[in-house]
Design a protein around this ligand. Structure first.
Ligand SMILES: Cc1ncc(C[n+]2csc(CCOP(=O)(O)OP(=O)(O)O)c2C)c(N)n1
Ligand SMILES: [Mg+2]
Length: 728
């Protein structure tokens, strides 16, 4: 079949290196040919994997495969002992499952079409519960605990747990998605704007959560390296959907996390193989695709695909036919198999190959249907999370295979409509109740009542004890940062004088002001200048030398401009976040810095300076999310204006970024013409955000047009009158 000599194959294997012993090489190739011929491709694959493993043990130095077989990364013998009470944790999950579903059902029963989601949490319950009972750290010891980005549509499950813990009332649950009276209801999705004591991070605009999580983990390191606060006890967890991974923002910064060695970061992707309309990759395998992307980006990947029932079947797979089937079986087929009966599974998955049939000949059709996916097996997940937190020098992603709508019954589970399902009939509720073994009488089912077994009951005591041991409840948002002192008036002193006859722009004036503030004794250290590769444009390059550019590696090379006055200086305790060309990444850093007052109890003051055209219109959704996080900071849309950038195309005709900023409710947007106005506005913002603690943030339009800056007249607004005169 293959008469082409192998050196003609045009691929990633280079041929320009000298062959020392061609005969020996050919012998190895011949052996492989013989192996494929005699044992078939399954056998050859098996042996090649063994050789690769051996090569790794011998430190031969081959790059890792970006894709492994469709089985669990952790073999049963590598699993740690599960430290919890499995039966008790099952009872807890059942209680949460019921109340999460009841919340959505009741809301839609009372107000048809109000929305909410049943199926996302149903598929993710175990992913969260293993975290709640064994991993997520709270803040009750006065520290920051873990930062957890919950998948937005899973919020009913998180509320249901908080209800069982006694943190939310039945009345609040009954007002899910009806936040008319502040504090009475529960917001549809996570964000602290409406629930400032509960949620920390908005996630429901998909893709933004994972991006924010990466930069949160990086900012935690920044705070540690700069000696601002010890963040070494915090881990960032991001829970996301497999469909969500199609968002460019979700996967677009993976390399940042790997490059910076963020082993304080864990992603958990709920691979239920479905999104809103249907399968994520009906014709392919989303887990395999994601594995390649994450591994190729330098992440540690842990796949949790199959429940413990499969271990014994894989142990019988002497010919490799089961693994082969798992590798080749499409996601669309998996979804079909979830709704099929045992006979279908036996025919299609464990057939027609007689060697496959033999592997399950001892199992009944019912037992075939009960073969669970890994993301529903507590022990497998515990093993995966343990491996994730133990891994060093790289972030970990857990790819967990689940069923969308798991336990919700045959009309919802794995159906294409599952994401939109908001109703269950009384008959379906009966089946659901029986499956969860809850003592709710038939005649009460109609209204989908909440069910609480009492604070003294065993499961509630167990879950409370677990949370106590892990540092208190999560999610929980507390603002512990003390107000900062105002900066010394000296930082602002020069601006009211104007620039005489010398021409200057408001961008230049701001840069000068920023340098003054960085030198300020009370707040200088707290300032975080953020720039997406544009510092020289704005005249901010002196900062490189003065306060350094943050790099966890320090500076391991001699910069080309080492001998000059303004060298490019990277340092582990560098203060500037020079992000490279990523406005989305810069916005994520701005978010982590601008929320540190709540997340870590320290006020940081981000000044994010960017080309105005690449701000609101490019990353506007992140700016809105920043509003929802109640973040503090300054966004500086620099070199704005239609006058000086003509000729650069429509894209640079920025007359509207400012308008886009003004519509965000908690932004205070200013368009100063003169240097002293710029200073007055910044002074006002500092006091308002850091001293008064107002949950607002500032947007300033800055120009690059140069003209003489006039002095402030006595009738000009001062920072104290600014609020009234500027309508803010
Ligand atoms: C940016 C954005 N686009 C679209 C949506 C609407 N939306 C909400 S959930 C969903 C499907 C989610 O699928 P997946 O990420 O696989 O999560 P699952 O519910 O399956 O766990 C969509 C399209 C959204 N919330 N955000
Ligand atoms: Mg999904």
């Amino acid at each position: 079949m293959q008469d082409k000599p192998i050196h003609d194959v045009f691929d990633e294997f280079k041929h320009q290196l000298p062959a020392i012993d061609p005969a020996e090489t050919q012998e190895w190739v011949d052996s492989l040919d013989a192996l494929v011929e005699a044992g078939g491709p399954e056998r050859a694959r098996f042996v090649l994997y063994k050789l690769l493993k051996r090569a790794r043990q011998l430190h031969v130095g081959l790059p890792p495969l970006t894709q492994t077989r469709y089985i669990n990364t952790i073999s049963p013998e590598q699993e740690p002992v599960f430290p919890g009470d499995e039966a008790m944790e099952l009872r807890i999950r059942r209680l949460i499952r019921w109340n999460a579903a009841a919340m959505v059902l009741r809301a839609n029963h009372d107000y048809a079409g109000i929305g909410g989601h049943l199926a996302t949490y149903a598929s993710a319950a175990s992913l969260y519960e293993v975290g709640f009972n064994h991993f997520f750290r709270g803040k009750d010891d006065g520290g920051a605990g873990d930062q957890i980005f919950f998948q937005g549509h899973a919020s009913p499950g998180i509320y249901a747990r908080a209800y069982l813990e006694g943190r939310l009332t039945e009345d609040q649950l009954a007002h899910f998605r009806r936040e008319v009276v502040p504090g009475q209801g529960l917001s549809s999705y996570p964000h602290p704007r409406l629930m400032p004591d509960f949620w920390e991070f908005p996630t429901v605009s998909m893709g933004l959560g994972p991006l924010a999580a990466i930069y949160q983990a990086r900012f935690n390191r920044y705070l540690l390296h700069r000696g601002i606060t010890d963040t070494s006890g915090s881990r960032v967890w991001a829970f996301l959907g497999d469909g969500e991974c199609d968002e460019p923002e979700a996967l677009g910064a993976l390399h940042v996390a790997a490059r910076e060695g963020l082993d304080n970061l864990t992603f958990v992707v709920n691979c239920n193989l479905q999104r809103l309309d249907g399968p994520v990759r009906g014709n392919g395998k989303i887990v395999q695709e994601l594995e390649s992307v994450f591994r190729g980006s330098g992440w540690n990947v842990v796949k949790v695909l199959w429940g413990r029932e499969w271990d014994e079947l894989l142990a019988r797979d002497v010919d490799g036919v089961l693994v082969n089937k798992m590798n080749e079986w499409l996601d669309g087929d998996s979804q079909r198999m979830t709704v099929a009966d045992g006979t279908y599974i036996r025919e299609h998955f464990f057939g027609p190959d007689p060697r496959l049939r033999k592997i399950v000949e001892h199992l009944s059709d019912d037992e075939l249907r009960m073969l669970r996916r890994g993301g529903h097996d507590y022990r497998k997940l515990y093993a995966a999370y343990s491996a994730a937190v133990a891994h060093r020098d790289a972030p970990t992603v857990v790819l967990a295979q689940t069923v969308k709508g798991w336990t919700l019954g045959p009309n919802v589970e794995a159906r294409n409509i599952t994401h939109q399902a908001k109703k269950l009939s009384v008959e379906e509720l009966k089946i659901f109740r029986d499956r969860l073994e809850l003592p709710i009488p038939d005649d009460e089912l109609e209204g989908a009542p909440f069910y609480h077994p009492g604070m003294d009951s065993e499961p509630i005591q167990y879950m409370l004890e677990r949370r106590r041991a892990l540092g208190g409840p999560v999610p929980k948002r507390v603002v512990r940062a003390k107000p900062l002192a105002s900066p010394d008036a000296g930082a602002f002193a020069e601006f009211p004088k104007g620039s005489g006859t010398a021409a200057a722009s408001t961008t230049m004036a701001f840069t000068r002001l920023l340098r003054n503030l960085l030198r300020d004794k009370s707040i200088g250290k707290q300032i975080v200048p953020i720039i997406p590769d544009e510092a020289r444009t704005f005249g901010m390059d002196p900062l490189f030398k003065e306060v350094g550019i943050y790099s966890p590696l320090g500076q391991r090379y001699e910069p080309v401009d080492a001998e000059t006055l303004l060298p490019y200086r990277e340092a582990q305790d560098g203060q500037v976040l020079e992000e490279g060309i990523t406005e989305a990444g810069s916005m994520a850093s701005f978010t982590a810095a601008g929320t540190a007052f709540a997340t870590h109890g320290v006020h940081m003051i981000p000044f994010y300076v960017f080309y105005s055209m690449f701000g609101l219109q490019r990353t506007g959704d992140q700016v809105w999310a920043f509003g929802d996080t109640r973040g503090h900071g300054f966004m500086l849309g620099a070199t704005a204006g239609r006058t000086t950038l003509n000729g650069e195309g429509l894209q640079h005709e920025d007359g509207h970024s400012h308008l886009l900023a003004t519509v965000i409710p908690n932004i205070r947007a200013y368009d100063p013409a003169f240097a002293y106005e710029t200073a007055v506005i910044v002074e006002d913002g500092l006091r308002r955000m850091l001293v008064d603690g107002d949950d607002v943030f500032y947007y300033l339009t800055l120009y690059n047009e140069n003209y003489p800056m006039p002095p402030r007249r006595s009738s000009s607004p001062t920072s104290t009158t600014c609020r009234q005169t500027c309508g803010a």
